[in-house]
Design a protein around this ligand. Structure first.
Ligand code: NAD
Length: 268
């Protein structure tokens, strides 16, 4: 039995994860957190998620939520990341992180916590996107920079960060395939008299609307032909299932920072 604590239990992903854990064999929900001041504080986590009482009270204390957990899963907001990592490190609790929009300090905090606990961080936990990242790296290394790379993503109207963490990760794959630095090549959106497209640029466009779960296309546009690699998520359960797979896998790993390619055994 893998005992799991969900950090961000009141969110869309948190509630989806709780419902899947309740329905799964071999997984047990033992803790759940909400942000301080949340109406969810003190509620039963299963009732909150709409799957019937699970006898686990939502708390604002990460330390209390992870006390008896084998692994924590964090789908909160970037501002919560450092505190969640500190609590996980203090309790020696492995952690799966799905929160996106993390800045350089947050990234450095993950690296430093990974010296003492095992951590999976992925901007997208779907198996399809993990495979897409590989395909994009391969395409970018096979095609020279005469093929203009553009990444277009679409998400629901509630999403707070742009471009999506997945789009950034795909941009990083283009950069790695080409042997360049993303921060030197990235162009975010365009407006007005932009001038011609610089050679080698990696472009990002973010669309927002309705209930779109998440769509990403990486386009390589050359003279006379265009290649488009697209992933469409139809349900956020796909991310939640991937995060649970990562959680099961992580409990057997030594300290270190991992991603979904490690979880799916795609490395090497
Ligand atoms: P959401 O806004 O519905 O949920 C976030 C929840 O976290 C909210 O309930 C908020 O109150 C709560 N929260 C904020 N601070 C907290 C704290 N200190 N402690 C506990 N809870 C806290 O958003 P969502 O759609 O569930 O997504 C959550 C995050 O996961 C976002 O960053 C999103 O981009 C990311 N995401 C990642 C993947 C992936 O596969 N990696 C997939 C979907 C969403």
């Amino acid at each position: 039995m893998t005992r799991i604590a969900i950090l961000g239990a009141a969110g869309r992903m948190g509630r989806t994860l709780i419902r899947l854990i309740a329905a799964a064999d071999g997984l047990d929900l033992v803790g759940a957190t909400a942000r301080p001041g949340s109406d969810a504080d003190g509620l039963d986590a299963g009732t909150l998620a709409g799957c019937g009482a699970l006898d686990v009270r939502v708390t604002v204390s990460v330390a209390a939520a992870i006390e008896s957990a084998d692994v924590a899963i964090d789908f909160t907001l970037p501002a919560a990341l450092i505190g969640n990592l500190e609590a996980a490190t203090a309790a020696a609790c492995p952690i799966v992180i799905g929160t996106t929009g993390i800045d350089a300090d947050g990234n450095a905090a993950i690296d430093s916590a990974a010296a003492s606990i095992p951590i999976v961080y992925a901007a997208n936990y779907s198996s399809g996107v993990t495979l897409l990242q590989r395909l994009v790296r391969t395409a970018a290394s096979a095609l020279d920079s005469d093929y203009d790379a553009e990444i277009v993503e679409s998400h629901h109207r509630y999403k707070r960060d742009a471009p999506s963490g997945t789009a950034r990760a795909l941009g990083q794959c283009v950069a790695e395939g080409r042997g360049v630095r993303l921060d030197e090549q990235a162009t975010y959106a365009r407006e007005g008299l932009t001038g011609e497209r610089p050679a080698g640029a990696i472009g990002f466009q973010a669309l927002r609307g309705g209930d779109i779960v998440g769509e990403h296309t990486v386009m390589f546009a050359g003279d006379g032909e265009r290649i488009e690699l697209t992933h469409r998520a139809a349900s956020r359960e796909t991310f939640a299932r991937g995060a649970l797979r990562a959680a099961r896998w992580l409990t057997g790993q030594p300290a270190g920072r991992y991603d979904m390619e490690d979880v799916l055994g795609l490395r090497g």
